[in-house]
Design a protein around this ligand. Sequence first.
Ligand code: AMP
Length: 406
Amino acid sequence: MKFTDFGFDPRLMEGIDASGYENATPVQEQVIPLIMAGKDVIASAQTGTGKTAAFLLPLINKIITDPHEDHTNNALVIVPTRELAVQIAQHMEGLSYFTSVSSIAVYGGGDGNAFVQEKKALSHGADVVICTPGKMMSHIKMGYVKLAGLKYLILDEADRMLDMGFYDDIMFIIDSLPKKRQNLLFSATMPHKIRELARKILHHPEEVNISISKPPEKIKQEAFIVYETQKIPLVKHLLSKKDFKSVLIFCSSKISVKQLTRDLKRARFLADEIHSDLDQPKREEVLIQFKSGRLPILVATDILSRGIDIDNIDLVINYDVPHDGEDYVHRIGRTARAAAEGSAYTFVTVKEQRKFMSIEKLLGKPVPKAIVPEELGETPAYNAAPSGGGNRNFSKPRRFQNNNKR
Ligand code: AMP
């Protein structure tokens, strides 16, 4: 589903484009229309599924388009940790960049200056307040936080907040809010205590369940941390190291598919390509060649990642980091189907590191990092690049932006 299908305000669409998002992830597809329709929602979705944008986008859109009071805090996003508050504030900054929607992150551990800014924003009224429970409670107790016009409450990673002992703080905050509001609750897991919390807070909620299937254990997964220019030489190296019978290489764009196939053919590998620029008969012909084993190497865009039944693939290479965890699992699931085992290699460039880290989080463990052969030169270190994951490189989160611009 394209973002243009949601009917978002053009200013928000600009932020979505600038963030590099094209298609909605499954959780976004399900959750966004419900929030736009004003429903309470309880969603089980882990980090890496795109859940943050799933609530920020409709929230920003509603704040732009629905009438609301200016001098009040409009939406409260409660999260377990300071790191998550900062991360969501950065998302918010990126997505709302071309709108006049204001936001502030409120979390513990800041200096006196941060406190003054938080106090100023909370007593003046920010559109979206992203906060940790303890810090928000302290502000509310001091009496200046404008909450009378608050319309939206979001609890993110609710299971983690309860595990961290924030139940009382959360209930204190909620007791200070107007009763009539839209409530959204996101949680990676749905234990009994979360259901109880939901029963207390949500009104006739719609339930969304995005559970990610884990890849089969028998797939040997490895990641190569590389620079963009090392990718083609590395593919050639890997293909010549062992006699693979059937190799599927996924690229995120048609351009990379065409370029890589051209290079492989030039180096005398038996490779062909499949993507949406080819007509249906040509696609089928290539696929038949590949399935029959006459064509050992197929380079493809994501059109091949889901649902297509090809057995006996012994190697999948992710030439680019897949869009999200779900796509990763689908892509590497092409190998080791009928075969006893298969391998899945993923190339991760510096700007894709953050995206890959969120996929690893979703998988529940890191993917082992393979050593790039010395003759290909120095490789980058694996540590999350601050502006990766398809995000545009925005400045630090604004602690407060004047919201009288509207
Ligand atoms: P989250 O699950 O909210 O932590 O998001 C995980 C990563 O996916 C973040 O780096 C987001 O910027 C990115 N992301 C979220 N939605 C999309 C989308 N529709 N297309 C591409 N990337 C996305």
